[in-house]
Design a binder for this molecule. Structure first.
Ligand code: GDP
Length: 296
């Protein structure tokens, strides 16, 4: 499970701290050194770790600590609060358009889980009472169009596909129009990715955003890729201006660094987490629950 290693190390650190009763500043510093190591080993961005530890030091040592009835608990509370803040504070929802349809552009690299996540998101929104339309705009990969059609069929959610060599922009525009006539209130566009970030992809997505003016641009990134995921998020955000990130494969044996760094590095919230291959394995990302999972 994600964060297993980090969670174990932090719990061990705090167990030791609790065993001490009265705490000296040296005890707290030793514990924070261990927290720092555990975060770095979980693949959290170096700069993020540095700032994180500095903020905790500010709050967890000094007068307040000396005066607190249970100093170890005080330190844990501070770490918990900072973990929650690091991951964005509270859950961020999708911005729904005041006048439907809400258009959501899903972007990301190939293999990140973009097509699966588009279907999962449609499924999730339908459960919330929405009427989604999926749009296959990955025109370079006929297999991706087919994949989305199969997923849509499984879910009983319509898929707009016009794979006859049309430009992604015109597909997106036609889909939005068809949503209006078909009474669909959310349009989820599965855009084309690439193996890696390149200029062609960025220019294409920029043009699409400009023409379609989506209400949300969501980046799908693979949490298993750790720091690379954070780098991808940074680039996409600087070129496209993301509204949020969806982290996939958090069910895998990832060290969790991406989940702890993406928000701090990009300033953009993680809105959902993918927790498996099944179409219901998508959950709103809750920083507080995630912090509780980490601290046990
Ligand atoms: P795309 O190329 O970005 O469209 O990626 P796909 O949607 O085809 O997904 C690539 C692979 O990742 C597929 O085998 C998916 O089943 C798998 N996948 C996607 N999301 C998750 C997730 O949250 N957890 C796990 N374990 N696998 C996922």
């Amino acid at each position: 499970m994600v964060f297993a290693g980090l969670s174990e190390r932090l719990q061990e650190t705090f167990r030791k701290l609790r065993g001490k009763g009265r705490l000296t500043e040296a005890d707290v510093n030793e514990a924070l050194r261990e927290v720092r190591m555990a975060l770095l080993e979980a693949d959290v961005n170096f700069k993020v770790v540095k700032d994180f530890i500095a903020r905790i030091k500010e709050k967890a040592v000094g007068q307040e600590l000396i005066e607190s009835l249970n100093p170890a608990q005080h330190v844990v509370k501070v770490v918990h609060g900072e973990l929650v803040a690091l991951m964005g504070g509270s859950n961020s929802k999708i911005n729904m358009a005041p006048k439907p349809p809400t258009v959501i552009m899903m972007v990301g690299l190939n293999g990140a889980g973009k097509t699966t996540t588009s279907a999962k998101l449609a499924n999730y929104l339908r459960k919330q009472g929405r009427r989604p339309l999926l749009v296959a705009a990955d025109v370079y990969r006929p297999a991706a169009v087919k994949q989305l059609q199969v997923l849509g069929e499984q879910l009983g959610i319509p898929v707009f596909a016009d794979g006859t060599g049309k430009e992604p922009v015109s597909i997106g525009l036609a889909a939005a129009e068809s949503a209006v006539t078909g009474g669909r209130d959310v349009v989820i566009i599965d855009t084309a990715g690439r193996q890696e970030v390149n200029e062609e992809l960025m220019a294409e997505l920029e043009a699409m955003k400009e023409a379609i003016r989506p209400h949300e641009v969501l980046l799908v990134v693979d949490a298993m890729t750790g720091q690379a995921a954070v780098g991808v998020a940074e680039t996409f955000n600087s070129r496209l201006g993301l509204d949020g990130v969806i982290l996939t494969k958090l069910d895998g044996d990832t060290r969790g660094g991406a989940a702890l760094s993406v928000r701090a590095v990009t300033g953009k919230p993680i809105k959902f987490a993918g927790l498996g291959e099944k179409l219901d394995a998508l959950e709103p990302f809750h920083p507080d629950r995630m912090a509780e999972r980490i601290l046990g």
